[in-house]
Design a binder for this molecule. Structure first.
Ligand code: GLY
Length: 373
C-alpha cells in the first residue's frame, strides 16, 4: 500500500521544476531540432530505433509549460515562447497522419497548449482536423479505434488519444464523432479493463464479425498481466473521457484503475514495469508510469463530487511526486541529460530501459506544474 502523508513540499517541487527547465534548455541547446524519445545511458542523441512515432508532442509540450511559468514579458518568457512555436509548428502536417494512433499525444500536449494561449481559429482548426483523422481509425465491427499494428487491434494507450475525437466532436457539433469516441471508450472498458481495475495492453478482434477474441500485449509481461504504464494511461484517459462526455461509467472506470494502482504499488508510489512480472523482474520500476498516474490522479481528484475521495487521489499524487523528486530525479548526475531516471519504453525490444523517456518528463512536469500553480 502507498503510505498516506497529506502534506505538500512546495519547495521541493519548485526546485525540481527549475532543474527540469534547465535540463530541457540543455536538451534543445545541445541537440537543436531533435525530438527524442528515450535516452541511452542518459544521452538523448543516439541511433536507437523508435518502434513507432508517437512522442514528438512532448518536448514542445514542456516548452509551453515553461513559457506559462515564466514572468510575463520577461526575456525568459520570450525564449520559451519562441522555442515552443519553433518545435510545435513542424507537427502541424501530422494532423493528417493515419499511420499512428497517437494524435492526442501529438496535439493535446503541444498545439492545444498553444491554442489555449492564443485562441486562434487556425490552431483550433488544426486540432479539429487531428480529431477527424483520428476518427478514421474507427472499426465498425468491434466498435473501436484501431491501433497502429493492425485493423484487428485495440490498445489501452488509445484512451489518451480518444480525447482528440471528443474535442473535434465538441468544436464542430458532429454527433457522429462523439458516438465514435463514446463507443471506443465503452469497448475499451468492456474488454481491456478487468473487474479488479487492472488493464490489458491490447485486445484482438475478429475482423469480419468484430467479435472480441483475447487480451494480449506488446510491452507488458503477458496478455493477462497488468503493464503499469497501460494502467496509468487508462486511469488518465478515462478521466479525460469523463471530462468530455460526463458519462459516469468512465469516472467509475478511472477510479477503479486508480484504486488498483494504489492497492498494488509499493509504498514509495513507483510501480514495477508490470505488476505480474516474476519477482526478480518486478524490481525494474517504470517512473514514467508513476508520473502519468500522478498527473492522472490530480485530474481525477478534480472530477469527484465526494471531497474525501478527491482528497485521497490528490494526496496520493503528492506522495508519488515527492517520491519521484526525492529518489529518481537526475540532479546529482551531471552527465545525465534527462530529468527523471528509471523510465522503461519497451523491455522486450530493449529500447529505453532504465532511462529518461520523453513522456515521463512531460507528465512529471505537467503534474508538478499543477501542484505549485
Ligand atoms: N506507445 C505508448 C507507450 O509506450 O506507452
Amino acid at each position: 500500500m502507498i503510505r498516506f502523508e497529506p502534506h505538500t513540499d512546495r519547495r521541493l517541487f519548485e526546485e525540481t521544476l527549475l532543474f527540469a527547465a534547465a535540463q530541457t534548455r540543455r536538451l534543445i541547446e545541445t541537440h537543436p531540432g531533435l525530438y527524442p524519445m528515450y535516452t541511452e545511458q542518459g544521452r538523448w542523441s543516439h541511433e536507437g530505433p523508435a518502434w513507432t512515432h508517437w512522442c514528438d508532442g512532448f518536448l514542445p509540450g514542456l516548452l509551453w509549460i515553461f513559457e506559462r511559468r515564466a514572468a510575463p514579458g520577461s526575456e525568459e518568457a520570450s525564449f520559451w515562447l519562441n522555442k515552443a512555436i519553433e518545435y510545435t509548428k513542424p507537427l502541424e502536417p501530422r494532423r493528417f497522419d493515419r499511420e499512428v494512433h497517437d494524435l492526442g499525444f501529438l496535439f493535446l500536449s503541444a498545439c492545444y497548449r498553444w491554442y489555449l494561449k492564443t485562441r486562434s481559429p487556425e490552431l483550433n482548426q488544426i486540432l479539429i482536423e487531428a480529431g477527424q483523422t483520428m476518427a478514421l481509425r474507427f472499426r465498425e465491427p468491434g466498435g473501436y479505434l484501431r491501433s497502429f499494428v493492425g485493423e484487428n487491434s485495440l490498445f489501452i494507450d488509445i484512451m489518451m488519444n480518444v480525447g482528440m475525437v471528443f474535442y473535434a466532436a465538441r468544436e464542430t457539433g458532429d454527433r457522429g464523432l462523439r458516438e465514435i469516441a463514446l463507443r471506443h471508450c465503452l469497448t475499451t472498458r468492456k474488454y481491456l479493463v478487468r473487474g479488479d481495475g487492472s488493464t490489458a495492453h491490447e485486445g484482438l478482434f475478429d475482423l469480419a464479425s468484430g467479435e472480441f477474441l483475447r487480451q494480449t500485449t506488446h510491452q507488458g509481461y503477458r496478455g493477462d498481466s497488468c503493464w503499469s504504464r497501460g494502467l496509468a494511461w487508462a486511469l488518465y484517459g478515462f478521466s479525460i473521457s469523463y471530462e468530455y462526455s460526463r458519462d459516469p461509467r468512465f469516472l467509475v472506470t478511472a477510479e477503479s484503475c486508480a484504486d488498483y494502482y494504489i492497492a498494488n504499488t509499493p509504498a514509495d508510489g513507483v510501480p514495477p514495469w508490470d505488476y505480474n512480472a516474476p519477482p526478480e523482474s518486478r524490481k525494474l520500476v517504470d517512473t514514467s508510469a508513476a508520473a502519468i498516474a500522478a498527473s492522472g490522479m490530480l485530474r481525477l481528484s478534480r472530477l469527484l463530487s465526494d471531497p474525501i475521495k478527491g482528497h485521497f487521489y490528490w494526496s496520493t499524487a503528492m506522495h508519488i511526486l515527492r517520491s519521484l523528486c526525492e529518489n529518481h530525479v537526475a540532479r546529482n548526475d551531471p552527465d545525465w541529460e534527462g530529468i527523471l531516471k528509471g523510465g522503461v519504453y519497451h523491455l522486450h525490444k530493449n529500447l529505453g530501459v532504465s532511462e529518461s523517456v520523453m513522456w515521463g518528463e512531460y507528465f512529471f512536469v505537467e503534474a508538478l506544474e499543477h501542484v505549485v500553480r
